[in-house]
Ligand binder design. Structure first.
Ligand SMILES: [Fe+2]
Ligand SMILES: [Fe+2]
Length: 193
């Protein structure tokens, strides 16, 4: 799915379902971070008009996702907890290239975003297919479709601007790294946990 080399064990959905307040809090902050990431990509790469426009739409959509999650939290009588640290994303950030040209770092930042969208999309699919709660199942299906489209947008921008980077080769390196990384997760009630 979306190039991912290792799929999540569906039993992870049971762990998530056993603590909905926690998974929804973690999820809400994932959406906020996705919006922040889109905003900083805009701020650092404003010379690309098409990117500014498409990522503005994504930033708004991610905050709409955030709003949907906090509404769910409220409707179910839960409380939105403090922002959760995302160790998985931290490990991906460490893998991203900071040396080389400015454009190389930019392309890797786009691939970093595509990677997170791909795994989030996959985790949403696992939730939508395995969670025994009709409202949440529909909700996660809807978000799965939306994150798949974000994945495509980020990957397409990486390809469009890859003047000095072999994107497909680098994307394979990302997929290999991620498949090893995700092996150590899958036991926590967190979207990337
Ligand atoms: Fe989202
Ligand atoms: Fe997204």
């Amino acid at each position: 799915m979306l190039g991912l080399k290792l799929l999540t064990d569906p039993r992870w959905a049971n762990i998530a379902a056993s603590n909905l307040e926690e998974i929804l809090t973690d999820h809400a902050w994932c959406e906020q971070k996705a919006a922040s990431n889109a905003i900083s990509l805009i701020a650092y790469n404003s010379e690309h008009e098409d990117l500014v426009h498409e990522l503005t739409a994504i930033a708004i959509e991610e905050m709409q996702h955030f709003q949907m999650v906090i509404n769910l939290i409220k409707a179910r009588g839960y409380t939105l907890g403090r922002e959760r640290k995302d160790d998985y994303v931290g490990q991906l950030m460490k893998f991203s290239r900071k040396d080389g040209s400015r454009n190389m770092a930019f392309i890797d930042r786009l691939l970093f975003a595509a990677m997170i969208e791909a795994r989030s999309c996959e985790r949403f699919r696992v939730l939508s297919q395995n969670i025994n709660d009709l409202e949440l199942s529909k909700f996660y299906h809807e978000l799965m479709v939306s994150e798949a489209s974000h994945y495509t947008t980020f990957l397409n921008f990486a390809r469009r601007y890859s003047t000095d980077v072999q994107v497909d080769k680098r994307w394979q390196e990302w997929l290999d790294f991620e498949s090893n990384l995700i092996r150590s997760y899958g036991s926590k009630e967190a979207i990337h946990g």
